[in-house]
Structure formats: C-alpha cells, structure tokens
Design a binder for this molecule. Sequence first.
Ligand SMILES: Cc1cc2nc3c(=O)[nH]c(=O)nc-3n(C[C@H](O)[C@H](O)[C@H](O)COP(=O)(O)OP(=O)(O)OC[C@H]3O[C@@H](n4cnc5c(N)ncnc54)[C@H](O)[C@@H]3O)c2cc1C
Length: 379
Amino acid sequence: MPTMIESEEHKSLRAAVSTFAKSHPRTLGADTEQFWQAAAKLGYIGVNLPEAYGGGGGGITELSLVLEEMGAAGNPLLMMIVSPAICGTVISRFGTEAQKQDWLPTLADGTRMMSFGITEPDAGSNSHRITTTARRDGTDWILTGRKVFISGVDISDATLVVGRTEDARTGKLKPCLFIVPRDTPGFERRRIDMELNAAEKQFELTLDDVRLPADALVGDEDAGLLQLFAGLNPERVMTAAFGIGMGRYALSRALEYARERTVWKTPIGAHQAIAHPLAQAHIDLELARLMTQKAAHLYDAGDDTGAGEAANMAKYAAGEACVKAVDQAVHTLGGNGLTREFGLASLITASRVARIAPVSREMILNYVSHQTLGLPKSY
Ligand SMILES: Cc1cc2nc3c(=O)[nH]c(=O)nc-3n(C[C@H](O)[C@H](O)[C@H](O)COP(=O)(O)OP(=O)(O)OC[C@H]3O[C@@H](n4cnc5c(N)ncnc54)[C@H](O)[C@@H]3O)c2cc1C
C-alpha cells in the first residue's frame, strides 16, 4: 500500500496553485474565463490528461488537489469537475484516436470546454430511469430527451450527453455517451434561476431529434455502465475536493475573525463555544481529505471498484464537512456572517451543492448500506 502522505511534488503543486489562485481574485462571473485560461496555461486544468495529448500526465490525485487549493483560496472552478475530470477522462479512456486528438489538447489548454448531462427531470437520483434515447438513422444517431441542472452548457463547446439505446436482443435500455456540440439544431437550453452566487450557470436542456454523426458516440454502445462510472468516480472525487476547498476557505475566514474580534476581555476565538466547533470543522475537513486522497489514489491505480466505494464515502464526508464548516463560519462572524461585504452567507447555499450533487447524501448512504454492509434495499 503506497503512502497516503503527500509527496514533495504534490506539496509544491498545492503551494503553487494556492499562490496562483490567491493572486487572481475574481469578481463573480466576470473573470472566470480568463482565470480558467490562465490556470490552463500553467497546466492545471489538464494536469490529469495524457501527455501525448497535451495534458500533464497526472491523474485525479493531482486534478483534485488543484481544485481543492483553488477553493481554499476562495476561487474554485466548478467546471473542473466536469470538463477535464469527467469528459476528459471518458474520452481518454474510451474515445477513438480521432476523438482524443480532436478534444483532449483543447480541453487541456483551455481553448475548449465540455459540460456533462446525465440528470433528467423524471429520473433524478435514479439514473437507471433516464429516457433520453438514441436511435440509429443510417450511420447517424438521433437523440431525443430532456436534461436538467446541467452546469456550464453556455460556456461549453459541447455537452457529453448520457442517453440510452434500445438493445434489440434483450429489449433492455443501455446507457451510452454522445458528444453534442453546443449549436447542433434541436439542442436547446434554458437557464434555471438558481439561488447560487456562482459564475457557472445551470440549464435545462431539450434534445428534439438531434442528429449526430456516427463518431459522436464515445466508446462502445454495449459497455455503457463501465464507461459511465469511469467518469462518475472522478466526478465524486472532484466534488469532494470542491467541498473541502470551500470548507477550508470558510474556516480560514472565520479564524481570522475569531482571532481579532473582541467583545469581552479576550478575542471571541478564546471562548470554547466558538473554538471547539471550528476545531471540529477542521478535523472533519482533514478526515474528508484523507478519504478523498484514498479514492483518487485507487482510481489512478486502476482499481475502479475500490475507487467507487471510496469516492462515494469521500463525497459524503466532504459534503457534510463543507456544510458544517460553512455553517460554523457564518455563525462565528455574528451579524457580519450575513453581510454581503464578508461574503460568507452566499456559501450557505453553495455548500449545499456538495451535499446534493452529483449524488445525494442519501444515495451514498444507500450505496454503503447495500454494497458495503450487505443490507437489503427498500426501493
Ligand atoms: C448546482 C448544481 C449543479 C449540477 N450540475 C449538474 C451537471 O452538470 N450535470 C448533471 O447531469 N447534473 C447536475 N446536477 C444535478 C444533480 O446531480 C442532481 O440534482 C442530483 O443527482 C439529485 O437529483 P434530483 O435533484 O433530481 O433529486 P431527487 O432524485 O429528486 O432527490 C430528492 C431528495 O430525495 C432523496 N432521495 C431520492 N431517492 C432516495 C432514496 N431511494 N432513498 C433515500 N432518499 C432518496 C435525495 O437524497 C434528495 O434529498 C447539478 C445539481 C446542482 C444543484
């Protein structure tokens, strides 16, 4: 078992990303594209993609570390969860040579971005129920369906859409992945008005007889679930890193405040009612990070099954740690916790994303109950 303690290279990558992210303060929305491109130029966005296609040749270990440090600096890039981690991974593991050459160098250098659409209004957490259907028309594919809560479709050159084909032999439906360029006829988006103060927007998508060429299909149409999880496990690890980064950021702001703010004889941080919950938040974030490192390590080592369980647990732990750290940070600032000036209140909604997406707390508890503990299912 290789050591869980980070290498010197990883520590210096953390330090470099942290300095970079702190020196590029973004006003929400406005500078996100420049920040993304500056990060890509430094090799951060494509750090997990193969060197042969312009990437850094690292893995989800390095990519998650980059996202965590950006978040800890108050500067996370949500689309890193999607573009390099899900789409880049799926294309590099299962794409054709032509798809790799077409997409990977531009995903790595920041000139193009890809979003990912699996969630559907009538399926939600039950992705086995998705109905976006791909049917053949000659060599083309025709895609029909609806998606919801898909992040960053407006700023992405294409969306990797999860659909399903009808299997003539068994009558079963199987998931498969299609690259749908943003301006394809019949591919429409409507922005969802989210109560989130983030640069990345969410969209409802309709696919109305969207015609795609044969080479829009990524991977084998019969190997759907395996390919899907090759992308979904990195997504969970990255969402964990996103939550840990946000939690660390909130905690650091609360600590600054608790060291200074004095309303009796000592700074409020000397009161254990303030100090202990902050210490607990720190411990929870550290524990979540350890599980995230384990999941990333297993994934990068090629253990998809082990990574699946660890990625779920890491996402659960990080989501809970993030929500608690933000809650306590806001509380530590008293009334200032709710002002725009201090900027922590908006993290209350933002932190909830780590608890609900891409797979909710309850669905992870279900997974652990059934898969790990062998308990029967209620659904
Ligand atoms: C900001 C944001 C960005 C997102 N970006 C993307 C994206 O880019 N691409 C994408 O495909 N999706 C995206 N999503 C969607 C996200 O993955 C879903 O919201 C999530 O999977 C939950 O699905 P749902 O919202 O339909 O909730 P539902 O499935 O309707 O669940 C509602 C509640 O019921 C609980 N529940 C459901 N089933 C069970 C059960 N069997 N046992 C116990 N409890 C249960 C859930 O835990 C949850 O609390 C995003 C969501 C958000 C909020």
